[in-house]
Structure formats: C-alpha cells, structure tokens
Design a protein around this ligand. Sequence first.
Ligand code: ARG
Length: 254
Amino acid sequence: MKKAFLFITMVCMLVMIAACGKSNDNTANAKDKVLTMATSADFAPFESRDTAGNPQGFDIDLANMIAKELGYKLEIRDMKFDGLIGALQANRADMVLAGMSATEKRKKNVDFSTEYNRSGEMFITLKGANIKSVDDLKGKTVGVQLGTIQEEGAKKLQEKVQFDVKPLDNSTTLIQELLSKRIQVAYMDKSVAIGYIKKQNLDGFDDPTSSSPGMAVAFPKGSKLVGDVNKVLKKLEDNGELQKLKDKWLKDQK
Ligand code: ARG
C-alpha cells in the first residue's frame, strides 16, 4: 500500500514537472518570436503616424502580414531614414520596410526581398512656380531626404544643371520647407509626391532621368528571413492580398 502511494506520488510529480517544463518553453518561445522592423515614419502612404501617434501605412500593414504569416509578433522602431541601413548592419533590426529602393549600392551592405512596389520619382513645386523640366531647376534649391536615392540622383543631376541641393533628415520637413519657400523644389518618390500634390494643392513633374529599382524589404546581410519573406510575398501576390493593400493605400496613384 505504501509502495503504491509512493508510486502514484512519483507519477504525479513527473507529470507536474513535464507540464511545468512545457509551459516554460511556450513562454520562452512567445518571447523570442519577435520580429523587429525598423522604418522612418515620415513617408505616407508607406509609413506615417496616425493622429494617435501609431504607425500606419502600406509598409506597416505589409510587415504585420509578414509577421503573422511567419508566426512572429511585430515590433516597430521608428528612426531616421539615413540610419536604417546601419541599424540592419548592427543587427538592431531584423528587417526594414521604409519604401526603400533596392539599389545595387545598398545591396553591398544589406540583402533585399523581391520588389513589392515600383514608383518613379517626381519634382514637386508650388503651383505657379513655372518649374516644369529638369532644365528649369537651374539656380533653384532642391530639397531631398538624407540618405535617399534622390539625394544621390540630385547630386548627379547637378553635373548637368546648376542648382543647390538641400538634404534634410525628414521627408515631411521637405514639404514644409517648400510651403514656406525655403526651397523651390522637393524631389521624392512619385507614390509619395502624388499624395502631397493633391493634399497641399502643389504642382510637379515626373523625373525623366530616373530608372530607380522598386521598393523591397531589407535585411542584414545573410539573414535567413529573406527566403521566408519572399515566400510570403509570393503568397500575398498570388492570393490577391498585396493588390488589396495597393488598393487601400496607393489608390491615388493612377
Ligand atoms: N525610395 C527612396 C529610397 O529608397 C526614398 C525612401 C524614403 N523612405 C522613407 N521612409 N522616408 O531612397
């Protein structure tokens, strides 16, 4: 009788230890499975902040879908666009979604997913500014966001036409500078420019010189996530979810 009691007690204890171990594992997993996305939330409709200060936009929705598909909890870190590549290199983020163009130059330092959106570039001006072509930029001040392909593109264009380039940290500041006439032109991605032109009653023209690559998710070099995310992107493309996102956020584009 005593033996049987001892046996039952031991079985109970083993079951409890096993259960305990299991639940510990689960909490450890849930904690580990965080996917950190870095972005620069100054780039509507891709990433901005709503009135309550929460990140919103095409990239935010897409990142949430990616995290969900892969079983992660998404954590968003907002920083200057200029610091995003460095954040990946220092492994301070697992991925970047920031309307980032997958350029050959950046590919030396980070890996990219397949492209999820393509946009040209535009020069934005005030209405009636009479700046309608690259040649008209002569003598003007052109604002660009620091670290973007437009900063680089503007510097290249300067070899052909003489104008000043003003690099700024934040892309929304570019529009404020334009409205307050501290710059005469803002140079940025067309998908973003179109929104400003409509909302702020501005004018602009397409950049005829640019042939920039599409936007893609960026990762630290060698990240195992690249393949996983590409699979998710393919799935979202095939099942129409990516198109739905474009309809939601980029409907002004055409
Ligand atoms: N597409 C441009 C680039 O890759 C500009 C991106 C700016 N993104 C942002 N979130 N401010 O350089």
